[in-house]
Ligand binder design. Structure first.
Ligand code: ADP
Length: 446
């Protein structure tokens, strides 16, 4: 500032000196005034340049656009321009930093597996991630500033939104839900800031399905156990209260033994299933002989056929090329014998059951059971491996079925990387095959 005054005074002195030199005493005042006017003019010009630059900066004040170069003015105006430019530059840097942080934060919310929607105080969508857009069927860009109640019209959600009580979540159908493919969403609102709300949505379709399956499973197991238990307790009561003749007593005890065997079989199958689901996959280092498996299946089939029918079945076993399978002996035997015993159980006496082990052209191995039984209608085939799914309930029970056999077969096949194939037509018998992958089959080493 002192410099400025000094320059001003020097200008005046120079003007006065110049005037006195040119016009003597009279020119002194004129020179003084002229110097003051020139100094003021050049000062005003600098101020005008600074103002023009500032105005231009203000009109171009776009967030994130860096400040332009300040005019080089020198002196006090130059310093002022420099300081303003530095302030503007700092502001821009701060803006860019916070913008980068906001983008990182939004990217994190975008990556969330849950739907996230930010609502303003009026309930309008300020921002939503792609998951939320997919859950509710929004357009993440077009629907910004739309009222959420106009887009999510489920009555349960409308009541939840207007209640103001967001302590629990609400379950509503998803935007893409159809009767054939229902989608369930758990939606939770959280109030924050100035009456704003954070809406979180979670797809719970699979969870609900698993819960429904668990409920069904428990109901089925209870039902399966209750029936033989009721019969057993009825017989026990009869034996306790009535004086029975020996032949009758023996008959009742036989029936009781049958029912307890049924419960035992069911519990064994349930334990097998739970072991299959809970244990690690069988490794590929243990090798099981297919010939030995075929022998064990044949013995079981012949014993069962003799037990169930007077005339038996025509049982054909083709052991094929001697091979070894990588996997668990117990699991493989359980799966194969389930298919063989099913064929024997469902094929009427006199019918034929053909069991074979073959190496396919591509090197995979096929264990196949073909029967001349009643066959299965197409609509049942996809559901046969569901637990407790039976077509002929009474035939299944009469022959000691639990409804879990094919579920066990499917699990064992999956655990060995194999594929279960089922082909059948009513009246034309059935064909069940387990196709083992190349990696689990090798020629017999002995
Ligand atoms: P189950 O213990 O009742 O036999 P599975 O899971 O082994 O239970 O089989 C499911 C249903 O598939 C059976 O109840 C039966 O109706 C049908 N099924 C299985 N194998 C055959 C077959 N070889 N021929 C006809 N129906 C079969």
């Amino acid at each position: 500032m002192i410099n400025r005054w000094m320059i001003f005074v020097a200008c005046l002195l120079l003007g006065a000196g110049g005037g006195w030199w040119l016009a003597g005493k009279d020119g002194l005042t004129t020179g003084l005034l002229l110097a003051a006017a020139i100094w003021l003019l050049q000062d005003s010009l600098k101020m005008a340049r600074l103002l023009t630059w500032l105005r231009r900066e203000q009109s171009a004040d776009q967030p994130g656009v860096p400040a332009g170069e300040a005019p080089s003015l020198g002196g006090v105006w130059g310093e002022l321009a420099d300081r303003v430019r530095r302030l503007l530059r700092n502001r821009d840097r701060q803006y860019q930093d916070s913008q980068a942080r906001l983008n990182e934060f939004l990217s994190a919310m975008q990556a969330s597996p849950n739907g996230v929607v930010l609502l303003d105080a009026e309930g309008r969508i300020e921002w939503c991630n792609q998951t939320a857009a997919q859950h509710f069927g929004f357009d993440a860009k077009r629907d910004v500033m739309q009222h959420i109640a106009n887009l999510v019209r489920d009555p349960a959600f409308t009541a939840y939104l207007s209640s103001g009580d967001f302590s629990a979540d609400v379950v509503i159908p998803g935007g893409s839900s159809t009767p054939a493919r229902p989608v369930k969403l758990s939606v939770h609102l959280h109030a924050y800031g100035n009456e704003r709300k954070l809406l979180l949505s979670r797809d719970i379709t699979a969870l609900e399905l698993a819960e429904a399956m668990r409920r069904d499973f428990v109901a089925n197991v209870s039902h399966e156990i209750r029936t033989p238990l009721t019969v057993l307790s009825g017989f026990i009561e009869t034996l306790q209260t009535l004086p029975l003749q020996e032949p009758e007593r023996t008959r009742y005890l036989g029936l009781m033994a049958q029912q307890s065997l049924r419960m035992q079989t069911l519990v064994n199958d349930l334990l097998t299933l739970s072991r299959l689901e809970g244990s690690p996959l069988p490794d590929t280092s243990g090798w099981v002989s297919t010939a030995a498996l075929m022998v064990q299946c044949e013995q079981e089939a012949r014993a069962l056929s003799a037990l169930l029918t007077a005339d038996g079945h025509r049982l054909v076993f083709e052991a094929g090329p001697p091979c070894e399978l990588a996997g668990s002996h117990n699991e493989l035997l359980s799966a194969m014998s389930n298919l063989v015993t099913n064929a024997v159980r469902y094929t009427p006496q006199g019918g034929q059951v053909m069991v074979s082990w073959t190496l396919l052209d591509d090197g995979r191995g096929r264990f196949q059971v073909q029967d001349s039984g009643p066959g299965i209608a197409a609509e049942h085939i996809p559901r046969l491996t569901e637990r407790f799914y039976r077509i002929d309930r009474s035939r299944s029970r009469e022959t000691g079925g639990t409804g879990l056999g094919l579920a066990i077969v499917k699990h064992v096949a999956q655990r060995h990387g194999a594929e279960l194939q089922i082909e059948s037509q009513p009246g034309h018998g059935s064909r069940f095959a387990i196709i083992f992958p190349l990696t689990r089959v090798r020629p017999s080493q002995t």
